[in-house]
Write a protein of this length. Sequence first.
Length: 651
Amino acid sequence: MGVLPHHHAHGEPAGHMVVCGDDGLAHRLAAELRDVYRQRVVLVVPGEPDEGLAGIDAPRVSRTAVLMNRFGTVTARSGARPPEGTSGGMPLPVQRILSSSPSEQAFLRAGVDRAAALALLYEDDETNLRAALAARRLSPELRLVVRMYNRKLGLHLEELLDQAALVAAPGIDRAVLDASTTVLSDADTAAPALAATAVAGSSKVVQADGLLLRAAERTPPGRGEVTDPGLCTLALLSSTTTDPAGAEGSDSSGAQGPQLLPDDLTVRSAAGRGSVVLETVRYAGPALPPRRLARRCAPLRELFSSRLRRALAGIVASVLALTAAATLATDANPLHAAYLTLLDLFSIGDPAVGEPLSRQVLQLLSGLVGLALLPLLVAAALEALGTFRGAGALRRPPRGLSGHVVLLGLGKIGTRVLSRLRELDIPVVCVEEDPDARGLPLARSLGVPVVLGDVTEEGVLESAKVHRAHAFLALTSSDTTNLEGTLYARTVKPDLRVALRLYDDDFATAVHRTLRAAHPDALTRSRSVSHLAAPAFAGAMMGRRVLGAIPVERKVLLFAALLVGDHPQLDGRTVAEAFRPGAWRILALDTAAPTTRRPDLASAHQDGEPHQLLWDLHPGYVLRPQDRVVLAATRRGLAELLGSSPRRPAS
């Protein structure tokens, strides 16, 4: 399942990577493939091919120019071909091809028919779907990695493209088919890490794409405190007993940053440091958001106010008292007395002329109660109508709310994070400027309070009760807006726990240092969605289905299933000998026979069948070529393993 080294009809070498898109994820993925995996990359971005940079709108030119300078990218005009080979062992700059749409002509200019893999990272699901179908027609054996926000549509698309590849190339290798199409979502990849920043204490849990890997982030233990070591320690955090904030804002690999996959000696000597521990291994399937169905009908206490309910209770008590008095005064049976009382109450009974004085007095009293009942019925109708109208509107934060999470931004990322927080039963108040934002329907269905307005305007965050909040998550697509919201929130509550979404690592480091200097007692976290998602997309393009990614501060640990025989670093070694600190570590062994083994570990849970994975591996177990193992790896560690895979012959 390595990279397929196709050859063009003219003898030109093939096997390069093509990335389509023009947002942060596309550029980050291009850099990941070039710098970590040493691949030749062609980046297809929107624009008119005959006009070069002039064909791109001004805002896109500015952003693209900055990113291209950072990644060392070259612009190609119409008819240009991808770069071939490398120079001096170093990867060539990423080549950029301009195209107004992901058409077959653009794919041919990018060499998709000769490429090993294609990533479609447009923000529109429909655009990615159309482009994937066109690319599959050009190359049935092309490895496709598609970005899809709609989970159900992505599942159907993956099945459709695999079937199309099998029909177009009946003799396709099974291993190639298994990795031919991968549908991923950057929102789903990043949401667990972003949601985890809002959970306090040592029970922070991050799931690897909801699959089978579960890791707990533990705060530094106190003096004399003994904690469960778990299955293994995946990382040592930058946070310590004396410095709980650590170096969250930095992406450097220095001693102050997180240390991934440390050896046992390093773990024992790292007293007082936080850690990420593989604690339990079990499936956690998707759950319905709490109380989602219960919100479809409003309870009685929400239909009518307490004052109205008390008034109606008084009317009912008066009717019962009048019925009892009529029963005693007229010697009538209780049912007949109640019937007469109700007739008098609604002024539809005959006047009690010529009847006993007691009956006449009771009739007058019933009429007075009926006069009081009429406005109460009108008020009840108006309140019920207003409640039903409000059920389809956005809720306002209730009075007395505290200990909640203020979520800024209900775009793609914010929507997924909101769903995660509600699954954890964490109270949330959302702040959104756009009245047509993607996540507003979800917030409405979950009954989550929403404040519409610009976060920089006075009174918006106050309406979200940020002064009584537990944490503030700034997850808009604008680094500037996230920073502005964070600064304003800190002016309202200086010790507020903050996590903000920042794309640029250098900018994140500067922001983190500044906020720590200004508020040393407050916890500040920064996350980059593209930084979290790019390794999973890159691993899929290299032909391995990455099982999941666990963020560790601003770094990422990847989990993948590999065949031992494809990697000389693993074959014939014991589990202890195969462990390389800081690069990779074997976690589990697939005990299923090679003939009955499922190609995708994720499919077993989807079919309702358990995995056959042995997690408590003996360090002296010798790895055999036919063994399949699940391992945790850093980005460069996984790149080294994949780069050592034997090349399959061209078909």
